[in-house]
Design a protein around this ligand. Structure first.
Ligand code: NAD
Ligand code: MG
Length: 387
C-alpha cells in the first residue's frame, strides 16, 4: 500500500528533508503535489524524480519555465496562488506544509479543510491564524502533526497523557549564532553571520529568526495553540547543544523530555510514520561524546523578541498576526541590507504599538491584518521611526 503525500514548499530545507526520507522509502509513498515559489528547474527535477502528479509554482511568472522543464513528462504543471490551493486540496493522506511565512497560510488552510493529516512546519501560518486554524482542524477532524522540532518533542512527550495533568511545558532554544554577543556586536551583525546557525541547517528567514530569538517567540505562540496549557505554563530555556528538543512537566513532578540529533529528518519522520516509527539515516545520539548539556535563562535585554511575542500572545486578537507580518517584512529588509539586525525587533515593537486590529474571526480577516501590518511596518522603516 502506498500513501499519497503532498509537499507544499518542496524546494526548501524542510521540503528537502522530507523528500530525502521519501527517497529512502520510495515503495511506500505516492507523491501527489509538489510546490515551490519560483525555482522552476529545481521543482521540475523533483517532480520528475518523484513522479509527482502535479508541480505548482506560486509565482505565475515562473510557470512557462516549469512547463518547458516538464514537457516530456506526465507531470501537470500549474502556477499562481489559486493553483497552490488547488494542489493542496487534492486527495492525499498527509500534506507537509513547509512554505515559509504567511504566504503558506491559504494553502495550509486548504489542506486542513481537506482533512486527513497535515504535518505543519509553516509556523507563521499558525501564529497568524491562531484559533481560526485550530477551529478548522477541529471542524474537519484533521490530524495536525507538528514538524517544528520543539513541538514535535512536546507532542511525543504528551502521548498517552491528559493535558489537564500538565504543569508546564518548556521550549528549548539554541540561543542562535549570536548568543554570547554584546549589544554593540549585535548592532553590527551581518546577514551572512545571521544565517550561519551553529546547530541547524535551515532556510534564510528562520535562520534570522533564530538569531533574533523571534523564532522562539513564534514557537511560544505556536505551542500556545497546539497545546492548550495556558500561557503562564509555557516557558523558554536556552540550551545551546540542541539535544533536548523540549520538555513536559506533569503535576506529579515528572518531566519528560525528547532528545535527538539536530536533524529535521527526525521530527519529520515522526510525523510521516505517526503513530508508528520509521528509520532515519541520522547519526545516533552519542551523549558521552557530547559530554554536557547546559541550560540558561534567555536574555530579553539583548534579545527582546521573546518578550514581544509573549506580550502579543497575551494581547491575543490580531496581535500575533501583526507581530508575524512586521517580523517578515523586517527580516526581509535586514537580509536585503536595508536595516540593522537590532532594528528587526524595533520594527516589530513599533508596528505592534501603532496597529492593534480587532480579533480576526475568518481567514480573510487574518490575511487583511497581515496585509495592513506589512504596510505599517514598511512605513515605519521608510520614515526611520525606529531606534
Ligand atoms: P526555505 O526558505 O528553505 O523553503 C521555503 C519553501 O517555501 C520553498 O520551497 C519556497 O519555494 C517556498 N516558498 C517561499 N515563499 C513562497 C511563496 N510566497 N509562495 C509559495 N511558496 C513559497 O524554508 P524552510 O527552512 O524549509 O522553512 C519552511 C517552514 O518550516 C518555515 O515556516 C520555517 O519556520 C519552518 N521550520 C523550518 C525548520 C528548518 O529546519 N528549516 C525547522 C522548523 C520549522
Ligand atoms: Mg523549532
Amino acid at each position: 500500500m502506498t500513501r499519497p503525500i503532498s509537499i507544499l514548499g518542496a524546494t526548501g530545507s524542510v521540503g528537502a528533508s522530507t523528500l530525502d526520507l521519501i527517497r529512502r522509502n520510495r515503495d511506500q509513498w505516492r507523491v501527489v503535489a509538489l510546490t515551490a515559489n519560483c525555482n522552476a528547474n529545481e521543482l521540475a527535477a523533483l517532480a520528475r524524480e518523484f513522479e509527482a502528479e502535479i508541480a505548482v509554482v506560486g509565482d505565475e511568472s515562473c510557470l512557462a519555465d516549469l512547463r518547458t522543464a516538464l514537457a516530456d513528462t506526465a507531470v501537470t504543471a500549474a502556477g499562481g496562488r489559486q493553483a497552490l490551493c488547488d494542489a493542496a486540496a487534492l486527495p492525499a493522506d498527509i500534506t507537509v506544509a513547509a512554505i515559509v511565512g504567511c504566504a503558506g497560510l491559504r494553502p495550509t488552510m486548504t489542506a486542513i479543510r481537506r482533512g486527513g493529516a497535515v504535518a505543519l512546519a509553516n509556523k507563521e501560518a499558525l501564529v497568524s491564524a491562531g484559533t481560526v486554524m485550530t477551529a478548522a482542524v477541529a471542524e474537519h477532524g484533521t490530524t495536525l502533526l507538528p514538524v517544528d522540532s520543539e513541538h514535535n518533542a512536546i507532542f511525543q512527550c504528551l502521548q498517552g497523557s491528559r493535558i489537564a495533568d500538565v504543569r508546564s511545558i518548556t521550549l528549548t532554544a539554541s540561543g542562535g549564532p549570536f548568543r554570547g554577543w554584546s549589544a554593540d556586536q549585535l548592532a553590527r551583525a551581518t546577514p551572512a553571520q545571521a544565517v550561519a546557525h551553529p546547530n541547524w541547517d535551515m532556510g534564510a528567514k528562520i535562520s534570522v529568526d533564530s538569531a533574533t530569538m523571534m523564532n522562539k517567540g513564534l514557537e511560544f505562540i505556536e505551542a500556545h495553540h497546539l497545546f492548550p496549557v495556558g500561557l503562564d505554563a509555557l516557558r523558554i530555556v536556552v540550551h545551546p547543544q540542541s539535544v533536548v528538543h523540549s520538555m513536559v512537566e506533569y503535576c506529579d513532578g515528572s518531566t519528560l523530555a525528547q532528545l535527538g540529533p539536530s536533524d529535521m529528518r527526525v521530527p519529520i519522520a515522526s510525523c510521516l510514520a505517526w503513530p508508528g516509527r520509521m528509520e532515519t539515516p541520522c547519526a545516533p545520539l552519542d551523549l558521552a561524546a557530547i559530554g554536557s548539556l547546559t541550560f540558561e535563562a534567555p536574555d530579553e535585554q539583548r534579545f527582546p523578541a521573546t518578550r514581544l511575542a509573549r506580550d502579543a500572545a497575551h494581547s491575543g486578537g490580531g496581535a500575533p498576526a501583526v507581530l508575524n507580518a512586521a517580523n517578515e517584512v523586517a527580516v526581509a529588509s535586514f537580509l536585503a541590507g536595508q536595516i540593522a539586525f537590532t532594528q528587526i525587533a524595533l520594527v516589530v515593537e513599533e508596528t505592534l504599538d501603532r496597529y492593534a486590529p480587532l480579533a480576526p474571526s475568518t481567514l480573510d480577516d487574518v490575511l487583511a491584518v497581515d496585509t495592513e501590518a506589512r504596510v505599517r511596518a514598511r512605513e515605519i522603516m521608510e520614515t526611520a521611526a525606529i531606534g
